[in-house]
Design a protein around this ligand. Structure first.
Ligand SMILES: [Zn+2]
Length: 387
């Protein structure tokens, strides 16, 4: 028997005894139904999440561990059950050819794009992974968990206000970095990161943003609005099914939407004290779109758009625009509510997770973090010059 035949024979034996195990029992983990095609080929379903009416299924988050890989074996993972619905329109799902999954070797490996192909027919992603270790991880994009935020909190020591608790009892916090130097007329910026649990890219951006705050500004930061979702691998709805970036005009109800209520109350309390908000900006991730939207005819919006396009990795696929009309009761997002109710210059930015032409690659944790730093710098420069 030559050595190649021997290796193949041993692998066949190993495969017959392989017992791959798929788990998501860790922070931000998420996985749906798992079945085996053969001992080294698994079909891994996306758990997805639906809203309070069982509609708008979105399956754009998965993060799981595969263990028990025999030495030298190639594992095939089919990611299935991808289709969903967005704003009540059926779609093929958020996981497509544009969003090649990430994987890493063992707990300490580096996230990298997985080998494999997208099959638009089923649709599914078929990954071929040959790890050196017996355990590997697969995720939609590199996760950012409570542990990461904890490290940031410890490093930066912001002034923290507890705004309330999530359905799951987790603290909802407002972080303040008063860098005004005592100047009463210093610009005030409110930032919101990770409104939706799956959008880890915005947390990476927030991390870079907060570590690089320019002086002269009062920075009010809402680090995330869905700590339960971040913990349990949620997508965009809280534990009662409410979309964290809709429902801002729905009745205040602490039993259903404590997260939105906590943030709303904090912003309104600030305004009621007669304090200003020069800019409010919430960051989101999409699969392929990248843009900035805000109030109509906003000079600040257009200027911010221009400098970001010019000087940062921001790679918009459309011009600055406005859509402040709310599509039915309970459908207002945070900026529609803030602008509509309080005339706050409120803006929303989407950052894509797919390939960026400008970068020549896909963004990752490091790129998002650098973008966050650049965003803070450009916002401060614009507002300080405007004064
Ligand atoms: Zn979002």
């Amino acid at each position: 028997m030559n050595s190649k035949v021997l290796v193949t024979a041993l692998l066949a034996v190993a495969a017959a005894h392989a017992e791959l195990k798929v788990l998501a029992n860790f922070p931000n983990g998420s996985v749906g139904q798992v079945s085996a095609v053969n001992p080294l080929h698994l079909r891994v379903g996306m758990k997805g999440q639906t809203d309070q009416d069982g509609r708008n299924r979105q399956a754009s988050w998965y993060s799981f561990e595969v263990s028990g890989v025999p030495k030298g074996a190639e594992v095939i993972i089919d990611l299935v059950d991808l289709p969903g619905e967005y704003n009540y329109q059926a779609n093929r799902g958020a996981i497509t050819n544009d969003t090649r999954p990430y994987w890493k070797e063992g707990k300490k490996g580096l996230w990298q794009e997985a080998l494999g192909d997208y099959d638009p027919e089923e649709p599914k992603w078929r990954l071929r992974i040959r790890p050196k270790k017996s355990t590997f991880y697969v995720a939609h994009i590199p996760p950012y968990t409570e542990k990461n935020l904890g490290l940031l909190r410890k490093a930066l020591k912001p002034s923290i206000e507890l705004l309330g608790k999530s359905i799951g009892g987790k603290p909802l916090e407002l972080w303040t970095f008063d860098l005004s130097g005592g100047k009463a007329d210093a610009p005030v910026v409110w930032m919101m990161f990770r409104q939706h649990a799956w959008e880890a890219g915005t947390s990476w951006a927030g991390d870079g943003f907060m570590r690089n705050l320019p002086p002269g500004v009062v920075w009010k930061i809402l680090p995330w609005n869905d700590p339960d979702g971040v913990e349990t691998g949620g997508v965009r709805f809280n534990q009662k099914g409410f979309d964290l970036n809709r429902n801002w005009d729905a009745p205040n109800d602490v039993s259903k939407r404590p997260e939105i209520l906590a943030q709303k109350t904090a912003i309104e309390a600030w305004l009621k004290e007669g304090k200003k908000i020069d800019l409010f900006l919430t960051l989101h991730n999409t699969e392929t779109g990248e843009y900035l939207e805000g109030p109509p005819e906003s000079k600040l919006g257009r200027d911010l758009y221009a400098v970001l396009k010019d000087r940062t990795s921001f790679d918009p696929d459309r011009d600055y625009f406005s859509r402040m009309k709310v599509e039915g009761a309970g459908r207002a997002n945070v900026i529609q509510w803030l602008w509509g109710t309080h005339k706050v210059p409120a803006m929303l930015m989407e950052l894509r997770v797919a390939h960026s032409k400008k970068l020549g690659k896909r963004p990752n944790a490091e790129i998002w973090s650098e973008f966050g730093a650049a965003l803070a710098k450009q916002i401060a420069a614009l507002l300080l010059v405007a004064k």
